[in-house]
Ligand binder design. Structure first.
Ligand code: MN
Length: 282
């Protein structure tokens, strides 16, 4: 069997927090609808609390998934939601939303997680924004692994998270050799969040991502490791991505920058003590 295509990552910073940017890659701007993946931590909040002030999004869903720690989400819909490991925050930006994310007051210990974005299809990308919090998610045992289904369906278990496009997102703790079923109509990326698993015969170190093209009905992984598998049907179109915006044309991107700078009604107000983040030059 051919091994997976291995994708490297790069260091980046978000609101002062160092992150490892796993997606996008030049060769894979999207994997299914997934268009962005940052891995942050593990870091002691005493050394780097999260403090990302109000900022806008359009045309994407933000998926926040924690391995350790807590994050407080506030947004322009009036949502105020603390998220803990095992829970999912899913924010659908549609035509526009603003939010802030920060370590809650008094937070201590480690913070570790993923921030993922899902491109919205034409059918929903101009819709009203929505915020969803799932306090519990389906968990399934597959061979010698435990999988939590964030979005989509795995091995008969289905997440109730909103999905605008056929897709999967699953956190998989791999203890020993496990054959994880895949939808052969999907392409997938296996994001390594701890350990250095063997994936279809290739060792995949932390910070490296294994890309699997469509046509695969399973992937074989050997741990101990923890991975997040994301994927979906190849997306309907190429996307334009700039700063926090996902669109199709530069005119749509320019309008989003202008609307955020104008502080008009499109993105609304976020109740947060953190400073509003100014749009960078573009
Ligand atoms: Mn954001």
């Amino acid at each position: 069997m051919n091994g997976p295509e291995l994708l490297d990552s790069r260091a980046a910073r978000v609101g002062g927090t160092p992150v490892v940017r796993l997606l996008p890659k030049r060769a894979h701007r999207t994997v299914g609808p997934w268009c962005f993946a940052d891995h942050f931590g593990p870091v002691d909040v005493a050394d780097g609390a999260m403090a990302v002030g109000p900022h806008p999004h359009i045309g994407l869903q933000t998926v926040t998934w924690l391995f350790e720690g807590e994050v407080l989400h506030t947004d322009s819909l009036g949502s105020e939601q603390l998220i803990r490991p095992g829970q999912l925050n899913l924010m659908s930006a549609g035509r526009g939303i603003a939010h802030a994310e920060e370590s809650p007051a008094g937070a201590a210990g480690a913070m570790h997680g993923l921030q993922l974005w899902v491109a919205q299809p034409d059918a929903t990308r101009w819709a009203e924004p929505e915020f969803q919090h799932l306090s519990e998610l389906p968990v399934v045992e597959v061979d010698d692994a435990t999988a939590t289904v964030l979005v989509g369906r795995l091995d008969g278990a289905r997440s109730s998270a909103r999905a605008d496009w056929p897709m999967i997102g699953a956190d998989v703790v791999v203890r020993s050799t496990t054959e994880l079923p895949l939808d052969p109509t999907f392409e997938h990326a296996v994001l390594v969040t701890s350990g250095a698993p063997t994936i279809d015969g290739s060792t995949v170190p932390l910070g490296t991502t294994a890309y699997l093209p469509p046509g695969r009905s399973s992937v074989t992984m050997t741990g101990p490791a923890r991975v997040v598998v994301v994927g979906g049907e190849p997306f309907e179109s190429t996307i334009a991505m700039s700063w926090n915006f996902v669109a199709r044309t530069s005119d749509e991107i320019d309008a989003a920058y202008a609307d955020w700078t104008a502080a008009g009604p499109r993105f609304g107000e976020v109740r947060s003590d953190l400073a509003r983040i100014a749009a960078p030059g573009h």
